[in-house]
Design a protein around this ligand. Structure first.
Ligand code: CIR
Length: 255
């Protein structure tokens, strides 16, 4: 069975109130965000991960969402080039931290752009969403890096959603939790797709960690659907990150 041993996270910065957002839920409260982030780190540790916590980076309002800055797996680490101009540069300090764990780092280069929120691993395959942040050239470069290790990279064109994993999460054992346009995505035909109940679309971004699924608090029907598929769950409040269009996966890199 797949098992994660490590995670990397970064504490939220005060400037997160100026983070990119389309949620229309108002600015996040930094005090609550810090509490929710600490609980998230604790949950990852409870799941058996060794968690490296980077200090807040005030130069980048969205820097708490470290998932977007790299793609990591046991064999490889690729440093991303975020498609959002205000996020370009966040990846540098993440790369420094990853260099302590990976002997070699590859990097997405212009004109490619890629954000990790668009990258979902399912066993030997990596699905890459083509979004407003990740372009074909970025996906092609990622495919070349991961192909060396025997992984297959499959692109998924996206419509309205921000990132691929805004709408779909891999729950291991061939199970996908999906919403909207992704429920019937042909690229996912070999999976058992668990549709997220209507009105609870935000919960499509859930996070499998070593046999448990972290789900956002406040989405009981989605939680029941995940449990009915045979997964134990742990609900975490991530309301302040939701205000910036972020969710559970966005807050960490895992390998
Ligand atoms: C952004 O727009 O880039 C941030 N406000 C949210 C990033 C969420 N990250 C993710 O889905 N992996």
């Amino acid at each position: 069975m797949m098992r994660f041993t490590n995670a990397l996270v970064r504490r939220p910065c005060r400037g997160m109130v100026r983070g990119l957002s389309s949620a229309g839920l108002g600015p996040p409260d930094i005090g609550r965000a810090l509490e929710q982030h600490a609980a998230y780190v604790e949950a990852l540790r409870d799941c058996g991960l060794d968690v490296t916590v980077l200090e807040a980076d005030e130069a980048f309002p969205d820097s708490v969402f470290v998932e977007d800055t790299a793609v990591v797996c046991p064999e490889a680490a690729v440093v991303d080039l975020p498609g959002a101009p205000s996020r370009q540069g966040e990846e540098r300090s993440v790369a420094q931290a990853l260099a302590g764990f990976f002997p070699r780092l590859d990097a997405i280069a212009p004109p490619g752009t890629l954000e990790g929120g668009d990258v979902m691993r399912a066993g030997g395959q990596f699905f890459v969403g083509l979004s407003g942040r990740t372009n074909r050239e970025g996906a092609r470069q990622l495919g070349a890096f991961l192909g060396r290790h025997g992984y297959e990279v499959v692109t998924v064109p996206l419509g309205a959603i921000l990132h691929l994993k805004t709408g779909v999460s891999y729950l291991e054992d061939g199970r996908l939790l999906a919403t909207g346009e992704l429920v019937h995505e042909p690229a996912f035909s070999r999976f058992r797709v668990i549709p997220v109940p209507a009105g609870e679309e935000y919960a499509a971004n859930s996070l499998w960690v070593n046999g448990r699924v972290l789900v956002p608090a406040g989405f009981p029907a989605a939680r029941r659907a995940v449990e009915a598929a045979g997964c134990g769950t742990l609900a975490l409040d991530v309301s302040e990150f939701r205000k910036l269009d972020g969710g559970l996966s966005c807050l960490s890199l895992r390998w």
